[in-house]
Write a protein that binds this ligand. Structure first.
Ligand SMILES: C[S@@+](CC[C@H](N)C(=O)[O-])C[C@H]1O[C@@H](n2cnc3c(N)ncnc32)[C@H](O)[C@@H]1O
Length: 248
């Protein structure tokens, strides 16, 4: 997969991409990453990428010219990119969208700054607007990093063999069960006995039931979409407070 980011701060990506899963994916040739400086697509002495908003108001708005030019340039070579603009008003990033985007051969992330980006960019140059949550960041770069981490977990091989994003929280429709490692006892807290017994069937059943309990207690909203057996629905009902908003 190729990921390119259009930004006025290309150096922003240096250190976060120098460690962890993404670094390994780049080293293994599973991911190609490029941070492109939007200012390289300007033509004035000051390399201007923003201007005052029409109609007045505070702050600056990113001008459309350099962005259209950069995207035209990126679209002039294969594989054709899917262009994603980071924006608080975009589709909310979740595991489903991440899996969808992970099937693209080439993604371009467009990062806004200031008060945002001239509306004509959304109208004429991007394939999707994407938000990482209902809050406002100062720039799209952090959002692009978050999106990259989430999406690349779905690219085959990125997580290494035997590990898959398909078992992560949310992908299964539930939050994940608790995890334990050594030591067996720590500051008086013991690892649940079932995890020490080596009975894989019992362990799987315990994990599923813990995932149901934690999801019911912390994110009952997720249960509406989760695939549950009739028995599981009954178990979950016991965990839920009597609350019609959260009924499953
Ligand atoms: C300060 S924000 C602009 C906020 C805009 N004035 C508003 O109220 O919606 C600057 C840039 O940060 C990025 N950004 C901010 N919050 C984001 C979010 N929740 N998800 C994705 N990108 C975000 C976008 O690229 C945006 O253009």
């Amino acid at each position: 997969m190729i990921i390119e980011v259009l930004t006025i701060f290309p150096d922003f990506f240096k250190s976060p991409l120098d460690a962890g899963v993404i670094r390994r994916a780049i080293d293994a040739g599973l991911l190609e990453f490029r941070a492109l400086d939007l200012r390289d697509y300007t033509h004035d002495r000051h390399r201007t990428t923003d201007d005052r908003p029409f109609g007045g108001g505070e702050g600056m708005v990113m001008v459309p010219g350099p962005i259209f030019e950069a995207v035209d340039d990126l679209r002039s070579c294969e594989p054709q990119p899917f262009v994603v603009m980071l924006s608080p008003r975009g589709r909310l990033l979740d595991q489903e969208i991440a899996r969808e985007l992970a099937s693209e051969k080439r993604l371009v992330f467009l990062c806004g700054r200031y008060e945002g980006i001239d509306e004509r960019v959304a109208r004429g140059c991007v394939d999707m607007e994407l938000s990482i949550g209902d809050y406002v960041l100062s720039g799209g770069e952090t959002a692009a990093l978050v999106a990259m981490e989430v999406i690349t977990r779905f690219v085959p091989g990125v997580l290494g063999c035997g590990t898959s994003a398909e078992n992560d929280s949310f992908t299964t429709g539930l939050l994940e069960h608790p995890q334990y490692t050594r030591p067996r006892e720590f500051r008086g807290m013991k690892v649940p006995e079932v995890l020490l017994g080596g009975n894989h069937k019992e362990i799987a059943a315990w994990r599923r039931s813990e995932a149901l309990r934690i999801t019911a207690q912390r994110r009952p909203d997720l249960l509406k979409k989760a695939e549950l057996t009739d028995d599981e629905r009954r178990i979950v009902k016991d965990y839920l407070e009597v609350d019609s908003e959260h009924s499953v």
